[in-house]
Design a protein around this ligand. Structure first.
Ligand SMILES: NC(=O)c1ccc[n+]([C@@H]2O[C@H](COP(=O)([O-])OP(=O)(O)OC[C@H]3O[C@@H](n4cnc5c(N)ncnc54)[C@H](O)[C@@H]3O)[C@@H](O)[C@H]2O)c1
Length: 675
């Protein structure tokens, strides 16, 4: 236990217990502190209950749940906080109580311990004057249920040190959260538009524009949400909505202040009555107002520098589980029409139209790839964490541009490619493929893939070393992208896998050419035919990963590899890597068509089982993968890539490709017909 890193949470209530649970789930030891033992025990019981539900729903194995429980240490002894790297305060929303806690934290924690507050309605800066070393204070605003909802708003103050902010963010990554950075402003990013969204629903009711059932139905249709604003208020608490709107109104003015009917409902201590007839004729009025309010506030957030358009949208998708964030919604509704909706709300409240909206008619673009440069190393981060950084035209386009800029930058010696959140890259965007096949636009898939190849070849031909940093899942196109990098640096959370033949296609982004250059043709076939995912440690033994390191050693390892420079080009080895002969041998000479027909002769019962699993894969995909992997031994990389590209139309035109790819989206098991 003692070698685990220690974090702490003060306040073992609804939020605190859930935050502690998540930290322990991701392998940290967590001190859970409250006023008295009864409150601590309530928090521990809360965690046990959530974990038991998780076990019943098969999210956790019983032994995993026990492990998580064992890592949470409940205590009322503040002296223990001296062991913590980060403390999150989640006590009552009362400034006096919070100040008292921060005063005590200043006395009991190490000087380099980051102090986070989960406050929803106060400024983070309100807590600075009572704290020793205020430069280590940040806001860490989690969302309910904090063991399940991945979003966290990270809020530095004007005095937060760079080191404290970096540490707070790194720990959010390590506990598998999706952080967005916000300014210390009322409502931060998400509540700033979500609370007005709830409030506006009540105003529509108050004005008699629509009944509750109509507002619910119109919002579900327009925003693609499972629950409308009234049902959500019933679930999360009508008084919380009133409190949040009151706070925003006090800071930001009448437009944000609660509707009178909201206060009246809280007086009545009642839920909203969701019954009534839906009046479709009123939908337009409802949607214009609800969307107008959302777009107006989203624009204010960006204009005021509280958050970027990417973070506004990510916050909605991850924190609120909206399918689209406000800016993507504007793109989908048409930007000019959306701006008009916002303008009409702004006019009604005598507010200026935000600059980022005014006069705009072209779609908003999102930073799907971000670049940071530190110590002469550029890190290109794919920024679609809620989609596991899946590759589509926009992502590849932005990655290409970011890469070429870094390659040309004289202040950069090495380039790192990584993904935000729990995945490196989960592969290509399957929905993109399915849509193109169904609408007879397979040539677009070919162009997309050709462009992807050009980017990956640029990694190889660039004079600077290019490093894939894998700290999470990589599948298909993600693993192929990593193979095109000069070096792969991976932590224990990373994995490699080529599931394409299970979903009706073959690895088309160089996987049939570059995997064999790392592990030989027989092991490449084993991996591509079976689709088995290998963990980073095993991948390192195979030679797929160049450095298997702990999270803390990643930066130093990358610096050393940049110094080492570009490695020599790889050619296909004639034998599999040492230790993997038994895995490779069954695939050295067997023919794909015999595996598909079930006529391959297996040397042992285990091999027979493996062959049987391969029999369920798409036959055309297996046959083409075989041809391409074998060709890799003699073709140059460019000729091999052309061969992969040359078969794309054929594979994507098969019935099996549509079946396999659609099965991923429908979460069904495909059955292949061999054409
Ligand atoms: N509930 C939500 O959806 C939500 C979402 C985001 C943020 N927040 C914020 O999180 C914080 C906690 O909210 P909650 O819903 O978990 O509250 P809660 O009432 O469930 O829990 C608060 C806990 O803090 C403990 N506590 C109070 N004073 C203390 C002190 N001086 N020292 C140690 N422990 C103390 C209480 O005993 C209690 O266990 C608040 O600031 C709230 O605004 C809540």
């Amino acid at each position: 236990m003692s070698d685990l890193r220690t974090l702490a949470v003060v306040g073992a209530g609804n939020m605190g217990s859930g935050i502690a649970q998540k930290m322990a789930t991701e392998g940290f030891r967590v001190l859970l502190v409250d006023l008295n033992q009864a409150a601590v025990d309530r928090g521990l019981a809360n965690i046990a209950k959530t974990l038991d539900e998780g076990v019943a729903r098969k999210i956790f194995k019983p032994e995993q749940a026990e492990g998580i429980k064992s890592r949470v240490v409940g205590t009322t002894d503040w002296a223990q906080l001296a062991a913590a790297e980060l403390v999150v305060e989640a006590v009552f929303e009362d400034l006096g109580v919070k100040k008292d806690v921060f005063r005590r934290l200043g006395e009991h924690t190490r000087q380099d311990c980051v102090l986070g507050t989960n406050t929803s309605s106060f400024y983070v800066r309100d807590l600075l004057d009572v704290t020793k070393h205020p430069e280590r204070v940040v806001g860490l605003h989690y969302f309910y249920h904090p063991a399940k909802n991945r979003l966290v708003e990270v809020i530095p103050t004007a005095v937060t040190s760079k080191a404290a902010l970096a540490k707070a963010q790194a720990i959010q990554d390590a506990i598998a959260k999706t952080p967005i950075t916000c300014k210390d402003a009322p409502g931060f990013v998400v509540n700033r538009y979500f609370v007005p969204w709830l409030n506006e629903a009540v105003r529509l009711l108050e004005e008699g524009k629509a009944n509750i059932a109509t507002v619910e139905a119109a919002c579900k249709a327009a925003f693609g949400v499972g629950m409308g604003p009234f049902e959500l208020m019933n679930v999360t608490g009508v008084p919380i909505a009133l409190h949040a709107a009151t706070t925003l109104g006090r800071e930001l003015g009448a437009f944000y202040a609660p509707a009178a009917l909201l206060a009246a409902q809280v007086e009545k201590k009642a839920h909203w009555d969701l019954g009534g007839d839906v009046v479709e004729a009123a939908f337009d009025v409802v949607v214009d107002r609800m969307a107008g309010v959302t777009f107006l506030v989203a624009g204010q957030i960006v204009d005021e520098g509280v958050g970027t358009i990417d973070d506004v949208d990510l916050g909605a998708r991850v924190g609120l589980r909206w399918p689209y964030g406000p800016f993507e919604l504007m793109n989908r509704h048409g930007v000019a029409a959306s701006v008009a909706m916002a303008a009409s709300v702004a006019k009604a409240w005598n507010l200026p139209l935000p600059k980022c909206l005014a006069g705009r008619s072209t779609p908003y673009t999102f930073a799907l790839v971000t670049t940071t440069v530190e110590d002469r190393v550029a890190t290109l981060t794919i920024n679609r964490p809620d989609k596991l950084n899946a590759l589509n035209e926009e992502v590849v386009g932005q990655l290409d541009a970011a890469f070429r800029a870094a390659a040309a930058d004289p202040a950069v010696d090495g380039i790192v490619i990584t993904g935000k959140g729990k995945a490196f890259i989960a592969g290509a965007d399957i929905a993109y493929f399915v849509e193109r096949i169904k609408t007879s636009r397979i040539p677009e898939i070919v162009t997309f893939t050709r462009n992807g190849h050009a980017t990956l070849r640029a990694f190889e031909t660039c004079a600077k070393p290019v490093i894939a940093r894998l700290d999470g899942l990589s599948l298909g196109g993600g693993s192929e992208l990593a193979l095109a990098c000069d070096y792969v640096v991976a932590t224990k959370k990373a994995s490699f896998g080529f599931p394409e033949t299970s979903i009706g296609i073959y690895p088309g982004l160089g996987g049939t050419q570059r995997l064999s250059r790392r592990v030989g043709t027989a092991l490449a076939k084993a991996m591509i035919y079976t689709g088995n995912v290998v963990g980073a440690e095993q991948a390192a033994k195979m030679g797929l990963v160049d450095a298997f390191v702990s999270h803390d050693d990643v930066a130093a390892t990358i610096a050393a590899l940049v110094k080492k420079g570009k490695p020599a080009a790889r050619s296909v080895p004639s034998a599999p890597p040492t230790g993997f002969e038994a895995m490779a041998a069954p695939f050295a000479t067997v023919r794909a068509k015999d595996l598909s027909a079930g006529t391959a002769t297996a040397a042992t019962p285990d091999v027979a089982k493996t062959y049987d699993r391969v029999k369920s894969k798409a036959p055309v995909a297996l046959a083409l993968a075989e041809e391409l992997i074998e060709a890799s031994a003699t073709l140059s990389i460019d000729a091999g890539i052309e061969a992969e590209l040359g078969n794309l139309t054929k594979i994507f035109s098969t019935a099996d490709a549509l079946t396999g790819l659609s099965a991923v989206l429908d979460r069904t098991r495909p059955t292949y017909v061999g054409r």
